[in-house]
Design a protein around this ligand. Structure first.
Ligand code: CUA
Length: 157
């Protein structure tokens, strides 16, 4: 009987499995890091949205020289905040949830196009190089006022 050898085998398998696991999770983390824009993130209870940070205080937060996080809450039938202004070239990280039903968060003329689901935080990043007035439109039918649901982002040149 060669017990040490037997143990080494199992030790090897154990370490191999661990390394494989680390590789897989590392790779997933890496590939998800490359696409932070399509992510639905951690959950937030819809009925507690207005009391759950950061959504208890929606708005624009500056996090760099020309970089911002826009925390936005969708509801029937609008967005909170309704309007924000950023300088041209601003990189904006959108962080959006809904406090009631499914909404859309679509900015024509940009690549910003999100579905906003209650219970989820949807994220996307966009750099507003061109000054102008950008509408935020709901493109998921959400009820009688759906067509009235919009917000505005002003990009100052
Ligand atoms: Cu909100 Cu359509």
């Amino acid at each position: 009987m060669d017990i040490p050898r037997y143990e080494r085998l199992w030790l090897g398998i154990g370490i191999g499995t661990l390394l494989l696991f680390l590789l897989i999770t590392g790779y997933m983390g890496f590939s998800m890091g490359l696409h932070p824009t399509d992510g639905m993130e951690r959950t937030v209870e819809p009925e507690k949205v207005t009391r759950t940070p950061p959504f208890d205080n929606p708005g624009l937060e500056r996090i760099g020289p020309n970089e911002y996080v826009l925390t936005s809450v969708s509801f029937v039938f609008g967005y909170d905040p309704k309007e924000v202004t950023v300088p041209a070239g601003a990189k904006v990280h959108f962080r959006v949830t809904s406090r009631d039903v499914i909404h859309g968060f679509y900015i024509p003329g940009t690549t910003v196009n999100m579905m906003v689901e209650p219970g989820h935080i949807t994220k996307q990043t966009y750099t507003f190089d061109k000054p102008g007035k950008y509408l935020v439109l709901c493109h998921e039918y959400c009820g009688s006022g759906h067509h009235l649901m919009q917000g505005t982002i002003y990009v100052k040149g």
